[in-house]
Write a protein that binds this ligand. Structure first.
Ligand code: URA
Length: 272
């Protein structure tokens, strides 16, 4: 069934559209306590492939942990930093750099347009994604598709979707900081190869992985961050929105903000 844009907005619980505003700054109210706000304490991050990929590294570079098979994951970093897209896919499929690799059915690399305007980064695969090998194919994915449709974009068309970790954490728990750190080199290389015009981080895990920031999402929304010279904005994870329906309107504000940032990129201000 093809939904109209208005139906999509109804589906997202944010119609009618004319009541929406586009504030430049995030509202200052504290977020309702929810799983979205719960993050494991930051642990040592690995020195990623960022430098080699031309990407500024995060603020806590530390040695890479040993891989689950005992080999040094650090040894693989230069190769990941220079990997072609097919080589990167192969490395992710074979990865055992953290314990998640032993428990997954398959790694979930990502899906979409290889030349995207938008890159959405979620947390990690759930059961359905683990089974099908594609990110965001469950309930949260349906909502993400509705969010994309409300922006007049579709999965696969100028959009790429990836996750902070490529392997399913057991029982759909939040990935641990060390797991995200082990997976970050792959994400960095994806960003370096995709060169999207904007990155949208979906939820706290993605924010932790990319920005190394563990503040509450409410404090990060409506702001423009940067990663590898690419603008980054932050919004709620679709799974959180399914449990906190009133926050869908905030997510819509965030997406409108992201679209403005994207358009500013595409058409920089005239110098006169
Ligand atoms: N949640 C995520 O963060 N990613 C997925 O791929 C699915 C659900």
């Amino acid at each position: 069934m093809t939904l109209t844009r208005e139906q999509m907005l109804v589906e997202m619980g944010i119609s009618p559209i004319w009541v929406l505003r586009e504030p430049e700054q995030a509202p200052s109210e504290a977020p309702a306590p929810a799983a979205e706000e719960a993050m494991p304490a930051a642990v040592a991050e690995p020195a990623g492939v960022a430098a080699a990929a031309g990407i500024p590294d995060g603020p806590h570079p530390e040695p890479v942990p040993a891989a689950a098979d005992g080999s040094s994951a650090a040894a693989a970093l230069p190769a990941i930093a220079e990997a072609s897209w097919p080589e990167l896919e192969r490395r992710v499929a074979d990865c055992r750099a953290c314990p998640l690799g032993a428990q997954r059915r398959q790694a979930v690399f990502g899906v979409g347009d290889p030349n995207p305007d938008w890159l959405f980064i979620g947390e990690g695969p759930g059961a359905e994604e683990d089974a099908r090998g594609e990110p965001f194919v469950g309930q949260a994915g349906k909502l993400l598709d509705a969010m994309l449709a409300a922006l007049d974009i579709a999965r696969g068309d100028k959009v790429y979707i990836a996750n902070a970790v490529k392997c399913r954490p057991p029982n759909n728990r939040t990935p641990e900081a060390a797991e995200m750190a082990a997976c970050r080199p792959y994400l960095e290389r994806q960003v370096a190869l995709l060169r999207p015009k904007i990155i949208v981080l979906l939820g706290k895990a993605a924010v932790h992985s990319v920005l190394h920031d563990d503040k509450a999402l409410a404090a990060l929304r409506g702001k423009r961050f940067e990663f590898a010279g690419i603008p980054v904005v932050v919004t709620y994870h679709p799974a959180y929105l399914l449990r906190n329906l009133p926050d869908k309107a905030k997510a819509w504000e965030d997406l409108l903000f992201a679209r403005r940032v994207l358009r500013e990129q595409a058409a920089p201000e005239l110098p006169f």
